[in-house]
Design a protein around this ligand. Sequence first.
Ligand code: ADP
Ligand code: GLC
Length: 485
Amino acid sequence: MRILIASSELHPYSKTGGLADMVGALGKYLARAGHRVGIVTPYYRHLRSHSPPFPILKWAMDLPVGSRVLSARVRYHRPAPRLTIYFIEQPFQFDRDGLYGDEAGNYPDNAERFAFFSKAAVHLGRYLPWQPEIVHAHDWQTGLVPLLIHHQHRTDGWIRPPATLFTIHNLAYQGIFPASQLACTNLPGDYFHPGGIEFYGQVSFLKAGLVYADYLSTVSPRYAREILEPEFGCGFDGLLRQRQNALVGILNGVDYSEWKTRRNPHLDASYDARHLRGKTINKTALQKEMGLPPDPDIPLFGNISRLADQKGFDILIPALPHLVSEPAQFVALGSGDPRFESALLDLARRHPDRIAVRIGFDTRLSHRIEAGADFFVMPSRFEPSGLNQLYSLRYGAIPVVRATGGLDDSVVDITEDLDRVNGIKFHDYSAPALLKALHKALALHPKPRLLEFYRVNGMEADFSWRKTAADYQQIYDRLAGQKRA
Ligand code: ADP
Ligand code: GLC
């Protein structure tokens, strides 16, 4: 099968969150399974320093954005057999420090930037010599892709366009812009209505994907159910209920060739489920690196996160002083909302022996936290899939999670299954409920046999991409079959 994936983030080339990991692994494992895969993604500023530079395809694009025409070059890279990355090089749009914004906030021209990127992706979808049968777009940044394909089929002589799948990684990011921004899509006004891409008088790029893709998916079965309800539907639950026969939830996988506890260049010591001594070495190294008193026996909690509302910091921050009034340490790595950054830094100042915080984005440290922590805290308000709890399971950092979305689908609480228990869940979105779960962790910690039981269950759980990729493959097969019929 021939598949073109469009994404604004792609590990290892650009990343702000799990989208990058997911798309990078999806492409890699589909190609490994024998499919012809292209991934189209922007050529951001930091990629210019890639050595050697990515070669340029003999193919320049001139695409309209409103009343202007912008030119782009396409760079390419073939990291593995059957896998080609197409980087859209448009300096005016993408030669910037951030992916979506800078200290001043989101870039004001994001509508134009991602309308252009979506057009470029569709252009490839239409004219690539290997003729993709499926175009798989992700999140609002590429929400226009299914609509543009639909439109070119309807009015512009594209006779047999590929089938489209649109994956929702997070319904809360909706790509909403003033109605005037419709101009930069060059689409006719007749798509601007409540059954099209209008969202309460504005334009939503996410909605374009939700309405016009042949099929929709999201990144866990539970989130696929949750978004049908007003509480998680972010205003789209009605639309999603209408489309629920074309919506599936597939839990993300883990690329275990990168997220591994043996021969991982980021870690001080290797370990696995049967040889846990190395985990203690990593724990001491982490405590030293973060400036906490090294102590192999004190329970160490970790967190790595975008500091966003979704991630539960408004219940975690009030719970932390209570947690560390017991013998316990907490380390956090994250960046984002300045309110949460300063609240966390303030806690670290007040509890220097117990709480350590690093503000920033640091892949190496993220592996070291997973490897050094005894427990990993994810109190998310909602969580479409979540990758960190999956990484934690493999790294033997027992996840303490709120039972929502992909967290609920991947972590097993003792009340659910005595034999397969691998984590601790709580339900109420409140600091006391979280604290109760953290106390359960503290009670578990001094019981070495039970602790090891949890840990080994987690480390042996299998969230490998082979299965996840096979689930996507099934959808592609069905969609391509329908198109052929
Ligand atoms: P989300 O995509 O909502 O941010 P996920 O759990 O799916 O949440 O994925 C987050 C990914 O981003 C993980 O790979 C995590 O390790 C990484 N990550 C998040 N914040 C940081 C950070 N500050 N430094 C390094 N990696 C981070
Ligand atoms: C989003 C979600 C996260 C998910 C990731 C990758 O960022 O917030 O839960 O794991 O996408 O699918």
